[in-house]
Design a protein. Structure first.
Ligand code: ATP
Ligand code: ATP
Ligand code: MG
Ligand code: MG
Lengths: 260, 378, 304, 237, 328
């Protein structure tokens, strides 16, 4: 592990259970700045739960989470976002009935905020903020090749574009850390390749650190610099792609024999 | 009423027997307004009121109308027991139907919303049943045909204490209804003043059907008499539930009891109950007998207190118009002030605050019928 | 409070609670499957009561010799059928066209159906807005146990509420139709893919729900023998509160909520009659603050 | 060989959006046919139209020579078409077991049920473990298992599978494809929609490529596997 | 000058409003709009206030609140109590009655807003229908409390409220309310509220303080409902608990949904259409057809059902396009 870099996300001994089910146990992570790391593992291993714990959807029953050196354990989701973590969802969750542009602008809300009073009297502060938000949103959409869709109702977009929009919305919050939950699900290999390029691009352009969950090995093995493997809530292996691919325990529990 | 008996449509003006005069009298028809709760929770009261007014108008029309043969036409508006609706309704009657007088409305809260409008337009109003003192205080065009709240309670208390020789009484009333609350409070005050003890004083919410909690508590306090200021439909249920809980004492109430349905709902359990009223159907005065007969013939059921008061209110107004000799509001008002009219509910004069001065009667439920018991002068 | 009074109030509470529970069962069942707060449920109750009223009045004009128990059973059947029919009629005409539309449109339609039934019945010349005395189907028989007054109709209310709750729980949880109903409530398209006839299933729900309303109607009319077109509004509202209190969609919850509310209301009233009116809502709010899903409701933890 | 399914010139629109503009697909009995295509091409819509949960604007669907174009969905299912829909569509507040039970709604038979359950559980032991859990709280992949398991319970003559491998761990992806093959060998005709195009083509007999609502290519799967255009567009370099 | 120019849409709306006002005033003084029509217009305008403010809670923020008249009641009673008390004091004419009335209305609004904040609290924990029933409960509790306070008349109602709600004041209040709500909705804060409606969890996870916006929606919605209540009380000169029960709340809810939930324009339109239908057209129609007035609500509810079936999204479906013109 490269030592000299700043740690963006630090998780110590985090555990969580649902009823009697231990979904995550003793999870540890030191995520350095600027990397793309992956979490893989069989279905129900607890990967999404890790994301939910980091972003404050659930409160861990044990352990500590630090974001950029600040403790965020048990904080409310919106405060965690404010501190710089953004995410996408395994099952896409857009604001379905409103235009694409507004989805992104809502993501921006926390950064530009004229007071309600400004809005009601429509003063200069309000107008400047609106203008800025609109411009930046359009830029962001353009980057995801969605600018032609700005006025469309989000739920009417095809699946692939919805996934891209979700990432754009997450980026609109101006995060330091981006958590992607199965971004390549439902994409064909070609689209996966395009997605891969995009992930690199946004990492560099937005100076992001990325942690992702994925089942498409084609994607994970190529893009992730470091991979953690979970099973039954526990971390059963971690390492670079080649190590993971050849780890007998991972093959047995997760990869199977014939895949890539 | 037998369920199969259809009630005639309320705006039956067209079907009323109107002998068409060959030459229309000068001034044309006289339009009388009636705002009443014709839908909603109090629709049944609105209906009786409307029937009573219609009856009065029809009778006058049959006698050849007013002011030299002018026919009377009733225009109604539904207030849904809502003051806002009442206000809209009365302005409609004033502006579009050009009413010269208003009979109504039933509830004080709505009367209070329409009275200022009528006062401003100088159109006289007689409310048949709004018992709140404030209603007629709105202005000198506003009259009423009923007792104000505290009269009946006082009469009831006197009857309980002196005639029934009761010393311990309790009361149950509808907390959301100013009429029943007012009655119960005045009964309580008067009864205590006479030397009796009020052992329980309980409220129930509007629309309740279950009074067991209050009754259990009241009965446990051992009253000899229960004062029930509710309307007949609640009273029927209350009496039933009280007897089922083992209550053996008297029931006493106000004019809200006056309906043929009281006995139907309450059955044997209301037997022996007493209530104060404006008139008795057994009263042999011709005003009463002709009214009761004609009303029953027309609507297929005996009139209740609301119908009788509405009938009186309308006749008071018609009498005033006749005496005023015109449909001018101020003239009618002046005539109303000097009323001395033999109404169904007694001979009515108005006091300085335009409240009627008239006697109350006590009625007993006997063998499923109303029986005249006593008259109490004011 | 004296002990006899205490127990008398408990009986009073159980009886009121039984009425709430009976209405709440239908509410909760329809809600559980269709996700529709069927505001008209309380009016189906009224329709059931009026159907029995006309039926019984008719029979009693023919003969007085009919044994009360037979009359009651016939009346109950009439109530069940009338409730079921009016419910299904509303479903067909008013709710079905909105099946795949925004959920709240159906809710507003339900308010419309409720208003319509109330006003329509009040406007019909042979019904009208007035209060009617409901004939005694069963002769009320009171008995005193240790100073506490009880009667047969109270026992009938309480017994029937429990029996219907058990029956309904069985139907919904154990039978294939019940499982189909729950599947439809989750995802209509997926239910179709399981071979479920969605419309038939929903019809079934309304028939049962309406029959329950009818049953509640006849019992309410027997307990408080005064019927009128708006008779369902207030108890309907309270029963709905009871259903939410117990966890809406949860059948035993509806019964628990009903009884709890009935008892609480009675005791609160006997403590101070002004308290009684708001107590239902106060309890509800407090309970929901502590247990947002209601007493027996499943916690819907959202899977993100 | 008999045709299990035939789709002729199918048009479907959602509101104003045209999703299918004349799709024709033939599925021979006892074969595995796959449909591949980019996002939004109309693959799922085709399946939905066959099983009757979206309305068809025009076109015909026949199932073993019976016209089912306007047959309601629940009857189509009863006739023997089972459909694993896109996005899993669990009955979230029913337990895993109840979800499986409901799949046998049309003809519930205790013995048959026990047998099918055995098969499903042996394929997905996780489901057996979690049979009392509410389906809505399963992880994404677990739900996918349940969705496939549910379709297996119905014993349809034809099974429509919409991205059954989505969100599944690689080890299960293999397993799923083997299972599909197995089901097929037992006599069930399969129409498969997959993003994992390579595997889908490897396991199927015949394939269609969809592009914005029309069929842009078709042929025996092995042939398409070698087609350079298909390779470039859908199989990844 | 430049500033005014940039505020053009506002200016345009204001010009429309002033033009409409002048038109109505001319018609009414010319006798074409009689008192009956004027009172109906006044009621329409008050319904506009009630419906748009409820729409902020229900349609924009997606919180299914059904006890809106409870807030209006608070406004009516607070404002009414204030004016009845103040009007008893000697006034030599040095204090403008209009000013005092505005103070009363704002006080009523603030009272309602405080209650709104109280109701907003459980709203944080409850979803959908559960929230609905709690707001309904709160509305009923407010009504019950008023019913039991003898100082404000209890079941007799608060009487003797001065007739201060002139057409002008109601009109101005309505325009101001609509403008403020509209501006709020078409702003970043409005979008934040909409995100709560669309998917509260997702909103939370893109940095929206959903808790705050839920409470704000209730506070602002309640404030304007309070203003509406105050105006109503001073229009009909009394406030009565039965005016503010759940049934009355449903009527406002119906306006919002018939208009199209989430559409402010729809609420305005429906407030006029429904009020005029109920209070003007139907009574006329019935009189003409010789039917009893009791059929009015039968027809009204039937129309309601029919509209819902044929236009389930309301007369004006939610403004799907949610773009703000640059110059707005
Ligand atoms: N809200 C919940 N209630 C109960 N159990 C839950 C809940 N959320 C998750 N689980 C269980 O916790 C375990 C971990 O779930 P999680 O969603 O984290 O899995 P995952 O690793 O993301 O799987 P997949 O790859 O299939 O998405 C699963 O067994 C799941 O059933
Ligand atoms: N419910 C819907 N409402 C409106 N448009 C829809 C709906 N479902 C699909 N569409 C549109 O129909 C078209 C075809 O969609 P379909 O889901 O059939 O594609 P697909 O090939 O299955 O794509 P994917 O690979 O993303 O699943 C797309 O443009 C999509 O946006
Ligand atoms: Mg997951
Ligand atoms: Mg698809």
């Amino acid at each position: 592990m490269p030592e000299e870099k700043k740690v963006v996300l630090k998780i110590d001994q985090m555990s969580h259970s649902f009823g009697g089910l231990k979904a995550v146990s003793n999870f540890n992570l030191d995520l350095p700045e600027g990397v793309i790391w992956g979490i893989i593992g069989p279905n129900g291993a607890g990967k999404t739960t890790v994301f939910n714990l980091v972003t404050g959807v659930y409160r861990p029953s044990q352990g500590h989470i630090h974001l950029l050196g600040e403790e965020i354990t048990g904080k409310k989701p919106f405060t965690i976002v404010a501190k710089g973590a953004a995410r996408t969802f395994q099952n896409i969750r857009l604001f379905g009935n409103i235009p694409v542009l507004d989805n992104v602008r809502i993501g921006m809300h926390k950064n530009y905020r004229p007071s309600m009073f400004d809005c009601v009297i429509r003063d200069g502060k309000f107008r400047r903020a609106e203008k800025k938000m609109r411009e930046e949103s359009m830029e962001l959409l353009a980057r995801f090749n969605l600018h032609g869709r700005a006025d469309e109702i989000a739920k009417n977009l095809p699946y692939g574009e919805q996934r891209r929009l979700e990432i754009a919305r997450a980026l609109a919050t101006n995060p330091k850390l981006l958590l992607l939950d199965e971004p390549a699900a439902g994409m064909n290999p070609n689209e996966v390749d395009k997605l891969m390029e995009m992930v690199y691009l946004i990492r560099d352009e937005f100076k992001l650190t990325i942690l992702l969950i994925e089942h498409q090995m084609r994607f994970v093995m190529r893009i992730c610099e470091w991979i953690k493997v979970m099973d039954f809530g526990e971390t059963i292996a971690e390492g670079v792609a080649s190590q993971i691919q050849n780890n007998p325990r991972v093959i047995e529990a997760y990869l199977g024999k014939g895949v890539n | 009423a037998a369920p199969s008996t259809p009630t005639p449509t309320p705006t039956a003006t067209a079907s009323s027997p109107t002998p068409t005069p060959t030459t229309p009298p000068p001034g044309g028809d006289i339009i009388i307004g009636c705002v009443a709760p014709l839908t909603g929770d109090s629709a049944t009261f609105g209906k009786s009121t409307q029937n009573g007014v219609q009856q009065a108008l029809d009778e006058t029309n049959a006698k050849g109308g007013l002011l030299g043969g002018r026919q009377l036409i009733l225009k109604t508006a539904d207030d849904k027991s809502d003051p806002t609706e009442g206000a809209a309704g009365i302005t409609r009657l004033i502006e579009q139907d050009k009413i010269v007088a208003e009979i109504g409305t039933v509830q004080s809260k709505v009367s209070l919303a329409i009275a200022p409008i009528l006062q401003a337009k100088k159109i006289p109003m007689v409310s048949p049943t709004s018992t709140n003192e404030k209603v007629t205080l709105v202005g000198d065009f506003i009259f009423r045909a009923c007792f104000i709240d505290n009269f009946q309670g006082t009469v009831g208390a006197a009857f309980a204490y002196t005639n029934l020789k009761v010393t311990k009484a309790a009361a149950l009333f509808d907390v959301g209804n100013d009429y029943t609350k007012g009655l119960a409070e005045s009964f309580r005050d008067a009864f205590t003043l006479l030397g009796g003890t009020i052992v329980g004083f309980e409220a129930h919410p509007t629309g309740a059907t279950d009074f067991n909690a209050q009754l259990t508590k009241l009965i446990a306090a051992g009253p000899e008499l229960l004062y029930l200021s509710d309307y007949y439909n609640d009273v029927g249920l209350i009496c039933k539930q009280a007897r089922a809980l083992g209550y053996k004492g008297y029931f006493l109430g106000g004019d809200g009891w006056d309906s043929p349905d009281l006995v139907k709902i309450g059955g044997a359990d209301v037997e022996g109950g007493f209530f104060t009223n404006h008139f008795s159907k057994d009263d042999t005065r011709p005003e009463v007998q002709t009214f009761v007969k004609a009303y029953t013939a027309k609507y297929g059921e005996a009139p209740d207190a609301l119908a009788a008061l509405a009938y009186d209110a309308a006749n008071l107004m018609l009498d005033a118009i006749t005496r005023a000799g015109s449909t001018d509001g101020t003239a009618i008002r002046d005539a109303l002030k000097t009323s001395n009219f033999k109404a169904v509910s007694g001979t009515i004069k108005f006091d300085a605050n335009r409240n009627p001065i008239k006697a109350a009667v006590i009625i007993e439920i006997k063998g499923g019928q109303q029986a005249y018991k006593a008259t109490v002068a004011p | 409070m004296e002990l006899t009074t205490f127990f008398q109030q408990l009986i009073n509470g159980l009886q009121l609670g039984a009425i709430y529970a009976l209405i709440a069962l239908g509410y909760t069942m329809v809600y559980g499957i269709i996700r529709l707060i069927n505001f008209a449920h309380a009016d189906f109750l009224m329709v059931g009561a009026f159907a029995v009223y006309f039926f019984a009045s008719f029979i009693l004009t023919l003969t007085n010799a009919i044994p009360p128990i037979i009359l009651f059973i016939l009346g109950l059947i009439v109530a069940l059928v009338a409730g079921a029919l009016i419910a299904e009629l509303s479903n067909r005409l008013a709710y079905k066209p909105l099946r795949y539309k925004p959920r709240l449109s159906a809710l507003i339609t339900a308010v419309g159906v409720s208003m319509f039934l109330e006003y329509f019945f009040a406007s019909l010349p042979f019904i009208g807005p007035s209060f009617r005395a409901f004939p005694d189907l069963l002769k009320p028989v009171s008995f005193v146990v240790g100073g506490v007054y009880l009667n047969n109709i109270q026992l009938l209310d309480i017994g029937l509420a429990i029996v219907l709750m058990i029956l309904l729980t069985f139907i919904v949880n154990r039978t294939m139709m019940g499982k189909a109903m729950r599947a439809v409530s989750q995802d209509k398209d997926a239910a179709k893919l399981m071979g479920i006839n969605v419309e038939r299933t929903i019809t079934f729900v309304f028939l049962i729900g309406g029959a329950l309303a009818g049953a509640a109607g006849i019992l309410m009319a027997m307990t408080y023998p005064r019927i009128y077109p708006n008779m369902g509004i207030l108890p309907g509202l309270k029963a709905f509160v009871a259903a939410v209190l117990g966890g809406i969609g949860n059948i035993p919850g509806a019964m628990l909520g009903g009884f709890l509310l009935g008892i609480a209301e009675i005791y609160a009233t006997s403590y101070n009659s002004l308290l009684g009116e708001g107590i239902a809502f106060a309890i509800l709010i407090i309970v929901l603050l502590v247990r947002p899903q209601g007493l027996l409701g499943e916690k819907q933890s959202e899977k993100v | 060989m008999a045709l299990a399914l035939e789709v002729k010139d199918l048009h479907v629109a959602y509101g104003g959006i045209k999703a299918l503009r004349g799709i024709s697909v033939k599925v021979e009995a006892c074969s595995i046919v796959t449909m591949i295509g980019a996002n939004g091409a109309g693959k799922s819509t085709t399946l939905r139209a066959i099983s009757g949960i979206v309305a068809k604007q025009s076109g015909h669907v026949t199932f073993f020579d019976k016209d089912i174009t306007s047959t309601p969905a629940h009857i189509i299912v009863a006739m023997g078409i089972s459909h694993v829909p896109e996005g899993r569509r669990m009955f979230a507040t029913l337990s895993v077991m109840e979800n499986l039970e409901i799949a046998t709604y049309t003809r519930h038979d205790k013995k048959e049920f026990a047998e099918s359950l055995e098969t499903v559980f042996s394929l997905f032991p996780r489901l057996k473990e979690r049979r009392k859990q509410l389906a809505g709280t399963l992880s994404g992949g677990e739900q996918q298992m349940l969705a496939v398991g549910r379709a297996m319970m119905t014993h349809g003559k034809v099974m429509l599978l919409d991205e059954p491998s989505m969100g599944l761990a690689p080890v299960l992806v293999e397993e799923i494809f083997r299972t599909i093959k197995k089901i097929n060998e037992l006599g069930t005709t399969i129409l498969l929609v997959e993003q994992n195009a390579r595997m889908a083509l490897e396991y199927s007999n015949y394939a269609y490529v969809l592009e914005v609502g029309v069929v842009s290519a078709e042929g025996p799967s092995s042939q398409l596997l070698d087609d350079p255009r298909v390779k470039e567009a859908y199989l990844g370099g | 000058m430049k500033k005014v120019w940039r505020n053009l849409p506002t200016l345009r709306l204001l010009i429309y409003a002033v033009a409409l006002y002048i038109l109505l005033m001319l018609l009414s003084s010319g006798g074409i709009l009689n008192d009956y029509l004027m009172i109906i217009i006044n009621i329409c305008l008050i319904y506009v206030i009630l419906a748009t403010s409820l729409n902020l809670i229900n349609g924009i923020t997606g919180l299914f609140s059904v006890g809106h008249m409870g807030f209006a009641a608070v406004g009516a009673y607070v404002a009414g109590t204030f004016t009845t008390l103040v009007w008893k004091l000697p006034n030599d004419g040095s204090v403008s009655t209009t000013l005092l009335f505005i103070v009363a209305l704002v006080l009523g609004g603030i009272g309602a807003a405080i209650v709104g904040a109280l109701i907003g609290m459980p709203a944080l924990r409850l979803k959908g229908d559960y929230l609905a029933i709690v707001t309904l409960g709160f509305g009923e509790i407010i009504r019950t409390i008023i019913n039991n306070i003898d100082a404000v008349g209890g079941p007799r109602g608060l009487l003797g409220i001065p007739a201060l709600s002139s057409f002008t004041i109601i009109f101005v209040a309505t325009v101001v309310t609509v403008l403020i709500l509209r501006y709020l909705v078409y702003s970043s804060h409005g979008r934040a509220m909409i995100s709560v409606r669309e998917d509260a969890t997702a909103a939370d996870l893109v940095g929206i303080n959903t808790t705050k916006y839920k409470v704000w929606a209730f506070v602002i919605g309640a404030f304007f409902a309070g203003i509406g209540g105050g105006l109503l009380a001073h229009l009909i000169q009394l406030a009565h608990p039965t005016q503010y029960g759940f049934y009355a709340s449903f009527l406002v809810l119906i306006v919002v949904y018939i208009g199209g939930v989430g559409s402010m324009t729809g609420s305005i339109l429906a407030a006029f259409v429904l009020t005029i239908l109920e209070k003007y057209l139907l009574p006329m129609l019935l009189q003409w057809a010789g039917l009893g007035v009791e059929w009015r609500m039968v027809i009204y509810s039937l129309l309601l059902i029919i509209v819902m079936i044929y236009r389930p999204e309301g007369l004006m479906p939610r403004e799907a396009k949610f773009m703000i013109p640059e110059d707005h």
